[in-house]
Design a protein around this ligand. Structure first.
Ligand code: 5GP
Length: 209
C-alpha cells in the first residue's frame, strides 16, 4: 500500500475518566487548524452544557443499534452502561484531506482500532496521581454517586492498559500535555514510513545524484 504524508495521522487518545482528555483535546483544537476531532455517537443522556452534533450525537438505543447493524461505526463499545461509537464517514474523509484526526475514545474502542489499523498513533493520558484523579471525578457535579464510583473503580483497572499504547502522557498541566502531543504529531508526520513514497516520487526536486 502506498503511504503518503499528504494523508493525516489518526490519533487515538484514551485514559481514565478525570485524566483530562477532554480539556486537552479542546486546547489542541483551539491551538491548531490541522486537527479534526471526531464527534462520537452515544446513548448517554446529554449533560447540561452539551450540544447534539457538537459534543456527541445523542441517539436512542434503537437508533444506535440500527447504525451498528448498518456497519456505520469504525468501532463502538459499551462504556459505563451506555453505548459509544465512532462514525466512520467523517474520519476517512478528513484523513484524506490531510487533517490529523483525533478520536477521544475508551480503551475497548482503541484496541479495536489498533487491530484494524496499521497507521494509528495511540496516546494514553494519565492523571498526575490517583488522589488527584479522585478529586477531579468527585468534582464533576453532573454525575450521580453511582456513576462516580463506577468511573473511579474503572480508572484503577484502565491504567493497566497503558502498555498497549505507543505514548503515555502525564497531565500535570494542560499546557505541558498539549505541548507533548504536538511534539508527537510532528514526529509522527516525519516518520520515514509515512513520507518515503512522497519523497521518492518527487526526489529530483531536492536530491542531487
Ligand atoms: P463521557 O460519558 O465522560 O463523555 O465518556 C465516557 C467514556 O467514553 C470516555 O472514556 C470516552 O473517551 C469514551 N468515548 C467517547 N466516545 C467514544 C467512542 O466513540 N467510542 C468509544 N469506544 N468510547 C468513547
Amino acid at each position: 500500500m502506498t503511504k503518503s504524508n499528504k494523508k493525516g495521522v489518526l490519533i487515538v487518545i484514551s485514559g481514565p475518566s478525570g485524566a483530562g482528555k477532554g480539556t486537552i483535546c479542546k486546547e489542541l483544537l483551539d491551538k491548531r487548524d490541522d486537527l479534526y476531532l471526531s464527534v462520537s455517537a452515544t446513548t448517554r443522556a446529554p449533560r447540561k452544557e452539551e450540544i447534539h452534533g457538537v459534543n456527541y450525537y445523542f441517539l436512542t438505543k434503537e437508533e444506535f443499534e440500527c447504525k451498528v447493524s448498518e456497519n456505520d461505526f469504525l468501532e463502538w463499545a459499551e462504556v459505563y452502561g451506555n453505548y459509544y461509537g465512532t462514525p466512520k464517514s467523517n474520519v476517512d474523509k478528513m484523513l484524506n484531506t490531510g487533517k490529523n484526526v483525533i478520536l477521544e475514545i475508551d480503551i475497548q474502542g482503541a484496541l479495536k482500532i489498533k487491530e484494524n489499523s496499521e497507521d494509528g498513533v495511540f496516546i494514553f493520558i494519565l492523571p498526575p496521581s490517583m488522589e488527584e484523579l479522585k478529586k477531579r471525578i468527585t468534582n464533576r457535579q453532573s454525575e450521580t454517586q453511582e456513576s462516580l464510583m463506577r468511573r473511579f473503580s474503572s480508572a484503577y483497572q484502565e491504567i493497566n492498559y497503558i502498555s498497549k499504547y505507543n505514548y503515555g502522557i502525564i497531565n500535570d498541566t494542560v499546557e505541558n500535555a498539549v505541548q507533548k502531543i504536538e511534539n508527537i504529531i510532528c514526529a509522527e508526520r516525519c516518520r520515514v514510513d509515512r513520507i518515503k513514497d512522497d519523497i521518492l516520487e518527487s526526489k529530483e526536486g531536492f536530491i542531487h545524484e
